[in-house]
Design a protein around this ligand. Structure first.
Ligand SMILES: CCCCCCCCCCCCCCCCC(=O)SCCNC(=O)CCNC(=O)[C@H](O)C(C)(C)COP(=O)(O)OP(=O)(O)OC[C@H]1O[C@@H](n2cnc3c(N)ncnc32)[C@H](O)[C@@H]1OP(=O)(O)O
Ligand SMILES: Nc1ncnc2c1ncn2[C@@H]1O[C@H](COP(=O)(O)OP(=O)(O)OP(=O)(O)O)[C@@H](O)[C@H]1O
Ligand SMILES: O=C(O)CCC(=O)C(=O)O
Ligand SMILES: [Fe+2]
Ligand SMILES: [Mg+2]
Length: 334
């Protein structure tokens, strides 16, 4: 039996709570030589997996990189399955295929060269295996607790930039797309399928932004065009210091849905690949996004569900209820 501990502070992300966390992390003076860590963790649970240092890092920064978590053999299998999808050797219900706006508008390119991302691979047993990998789920549990839902799945195939910088992903918070809460019980696992650095467009994060609120998102005004549904934080200030996450094949980053992140352009000739799943605690609840900043994405998703799947009259919540899958424990709410 595992012991869970999440100590809630009233107004857990408020200034006082932040200050309190900060102060309790300061080593005491006197004879003590070891650092005293905060005991009031808000964003992580204790299932005897994360070290105190790892928990503290996530609490402060909103992300945590675990080296070499997925084997080369598994990654090769995901690659092969992705190729089969691109070559249309197999079709998967619900799968959403996306092409880069610059490539889609230039010429017809067969196979994976045209495909920038596949989403909703939950009906593809081989790719969905990623979401159930025990070593991933064990970490996920530190953020969601024992009732775990896979909410969103993606294999991202960032193309060589076609010259318009459209291979970039604007800075955003994933929570913008999610009509469920509380956000602290949602986490993304994102695994590099090869070495990913600034040359092929690594993830770029702003540490600590998970402590803030959900920001207004719109299409950025980029000269070369922006991909469908690639909303970014409105009026994003590019002078704020960002951290580039350089990752080796198999390395996995877990991050909070309020963490502001994006990815740079791919300056190489290769397609840079990553696979990801967004998980949530099944104990989360759906919210109605009407009257909130999320109305704009609801409109687009509902239109897409209608166009692609012939489903009309849906809400954002409905589209998520349909695709959510139980990974562990009990499907209590979501
Ligand atoms: C029931 C479940 C439904 C749930 C849907 C959920 C969707 C997303 C939620 C994501 C939440 C996840 C959390 C974080 C994720 C962040 C993201 O990844 S957000 C980005 C996600 N974007 C998408 O998923 C887009 C999905 N793809 C599509 O909608 C389509 O592939 C398409 C981009 C619209 C292309 O459609 P299609 O009709 O097949 O293509 P064409 O006929 O070739 O083109 C039509 C038209 O659109 C232009 N175009 C093509 N590609 C793009 C593009 N990438 N961006 C913008 N525009 C594009 C193309 O040029 C044509 O235009 P024209 O003017 O008519 O010539
Ligand atoms: N001019 C811009 N306006 C808005 N967002 C931008 C702009 N340039 C980059 N970004 C965003 O910043 C993030 C990182 O992109 P950036 O181009 O800085 O990364 P990089 O290409 O990996 O690094 P660099 O170009 O500094 O070597 C991405 O989310 C990208 O979309
Ligand atoms: O570029 C990537 O791989 C990540 C993009 C991203 O943040 C997303 O799809 O939500
Ligand atoms: Fe994202
Ligand atoms: Mg750049």
């Amino acid at each position: 039996m595992m012991a869970y501990r999440r100590t809630f502070t009233p107004g857990g992300s408020g200034r006082l709570a932040v200050l309190q966390r900060h102060l309790s992390a300061v080593p005491l003076s006197g004879q003590l030589t070891s650092t005293v860590y905060p005991t009031n963790f808000c964003y992580t649970l204790d299932n005897n997996l994360l070290t105190t240092e790892q928990r503290q890092f996530y609490e402060e920064n909103g992300f945590l990189v675990i080296k070499n978590l997925v084997s080369a053999v598994d990654i090769e299998r995901f690659r092969e399955e992705f190729e089969r999808l691109c070559k249309k050797e197999i079709t998967v219900p619900g799968l959403l295929i996306m092409r880069d706006v610059a490539i889609a508008k230039s010429e017809y390119v067969p196979d994976q060269k045209a495909i920038t991302k596949v989403q909703n691979f939950h009906e593809d047993p081989e790719l969905f295996r990623y979401c159930s990998l025990p070593q991933i789920v064990k970490y996920v549990e530190c953020f969601t607790g024992p009732n775990i839902m896979a909410m969103h799945t993606m294999l991202i195939n960032k193309p060589p930039d076609a010259g318009k910088k459209s291979s970039r992903h604007p800075m955003h918070q994933d929570l913008h797309y999610f009509p469920f809460r509380p956000s602290d019980h949602i986490v993304c696992a994102w695994t590099a399928m090869e070495r990913i650095d600034r040359s092929n467009g690594c993830l770029v994060v702003i540490p600590g932004t998970h402590k803030g609120t959900l920001k207004q998102h719109d299409y950025p005004e980029w000269e070369g065009g922006v991909n469908k549904m690639y909303h970014g934080v409105r009026d994003f200030d590019l002078t704020i210091p960002r951290v580039h996450l350089v990752m080796e094949k198999g390395d996995t980053v877990f991050f909070h849905p309020l963490l502001i992140h994006g990815s740079g352009m791919n300056r190489t000739a290769g397609f840079r690949k990553a696979i990801s799943c967004h998980y949530a605690s099944a104990d989360c609840h759906y919210i109605d996004v009407k009257g909130t900043t999320q109305e704009n994405i609801e409109k687009e998703v509902v239109e897409l569900a209608c166009k692609r799947h012939g489903l009309s009259g849906l809400t954002l919540k409905d589209t998520w209820m349909i695709k959510a899958r139980l990974i562990n424990g009990e499907r209590t709410n979501l």
